[in-house]
Design a protein around this ligand. Structure first.
Ligand code: NDP
Length: 329
């Protein structure tokens, strides 16, 4: 099969085309013919520097994909040849990635793709949806009627978080950096948008919560925003973040009695624990798609497998609006 591989870590030009052996479905696996993959920041972070979560070189990167099952391994139930599936399935230590024509996948990480979405759009959902789900529901335990502030409501994780929170029945406020992104966030269900460049935390907390703070704050940006999240949360509120690889003063957290949760959604893939939960989340997410409550925001760019390097450059440029998708051809 054709694949894009890297033999060293570095800038996007480390990608090269390669002919690899077709994968074979092991026990508990299916082989999927990939229709589309999508790019996540973790893909270019691994590509740039490798590190503890990186696959061994030479490597095929790429976490997300959607495609069609072409063979089924021993012991697999619930999936058959011809099924359309989607999942966040590889591209990290121990697992081959999705920048390839085919991939052998642990079925625990898979779910049937939403029928109402083209596969290229389904491929945009898995990693960001699992992340937002674990943050809002598994960790912050967001409930109907609660107020939630989502940092970065037009970003990859943020735009799904807005929709999941809305579907749960929460009052959804989100930070964005432009009028265009505000419009997108509102079209996805945000009740209120905040331009974080022009309005200080204290001001929007006062304007939107009478100074009390939000029940839940989800920092989904990748910035060093945790202190702002603490400032926006109510007394005894819950804060959840997906980026915490930096030092941060926790004293405000103490004064407000906050709880802090960190999600690292790659753990099931890296350590082979809790993988079925990812499949379950994707099944529930597919039902939300079918119910018209969840849709991916897709960047208008078009890339094929041979153009993975350009797809990475596009996401890294910060100019992408929504998820960057790589079509098989
Ligand atoms: P994107 O690049 O798609 O989105 C990031 C968003 O954050 C953009 O919309 C950006 O908008 C916004 N943003 C940046 N700074 C701020 C700020 N100060 N306030 C409000 N919004 C801000 O990335 P993803 O959503 O895919 O991922 C976000 C980060 O989370 C990445 O660093 C990624 O690696 C990490 N991540 C971690 C996971 C985990 O399991 N721990 C899982 C998934 C992602 P604008 O430019 O307009 O400000």
């Amino acid at each position: 099969m054709q694949a894009q591989i890297i033999r060293q870590f570095g800038e996007a030009d480390v990608f090269e085309s390669a002919e690899l052996f077709d994968p074979v479905a092991g026990s508990g696996q299916v082989v999927v013919k990939i229709a589309a993959a999508s790019v996540n920041p973790v893909d270019y972070k691994i590509r740039r520097k490798g590190g503890a979560i990186a696959p061994a070189l030479p490597a095929v990167l790429g976490c997300d994909m959607a495609g069609i099952v072409v063979s089924v391994g021993e012991g697999v139930t619930g999936f058959a040849v011809g099924d359309a599936v989607y999942g966040c399935v590889g591209g990290v230590r121990g697992l081959p990635g999705t920048y390839a024509e085919y991939i052998a996948v642990d079925v625990q990480l898979l779910a049937p793709a939403p029928k109402s979405l083209p596969l290229r759009e389904a491929a945009a959902l898995p990693l960001v949806t699992i992340t937002a789900w674990e943050a809002l529901f598994d960790r912050a335990d967001l409930k109907a009627g609660e107020s939630v502030l989502i940092h970065g409501g037009a970003g990859g994780v943020g735009h799904v978080a807005v929709q999941l929170a809305k579907a749960r029945g929460a009052k959804v406020c989100t930070t964005v950096s432009s009028a265009r992104k505000a419009e997108i966030a509102r079209s996805l269900g945000a009740d209120v948008t905040i331009d974080y460049r022009t309005e200080a935390v204290e001001d929007y907390v006062k304007r939107l919560t009478g100074g009390q703070g939000f029940d839940v704050v989800f920092d989904a940006t990748g910035g060093k925003d945790l202190v702002n999240a603490f400032a926006a949360a109510r007394l005894n509120g819950r804060v959840v973040t997906i980026v915490s690889q930096y030092e941060c003063d926790l004293s405000l957290m103490h004064r407000k009695g906050l709880s802090l949760h960190v999600v690292f959604m790659l753990i099931p893939m890296l350590h082979d624990i809790g993988r079925t939960h990812h499949g379950e989340i994707l099944r529930e997410a597919a039902a939300l798609v079918e119910a018209g409550k969840l849709r991916p925001l897709i960047d208008p760019s078009h890339f094929t497998l041979a153009q993975v390097a350009d797809a990475h450059r596009h996401l890294e440029s910060g100019r992408a609006l929504g998820k960057v998708v790589i079509d098989a051809a």
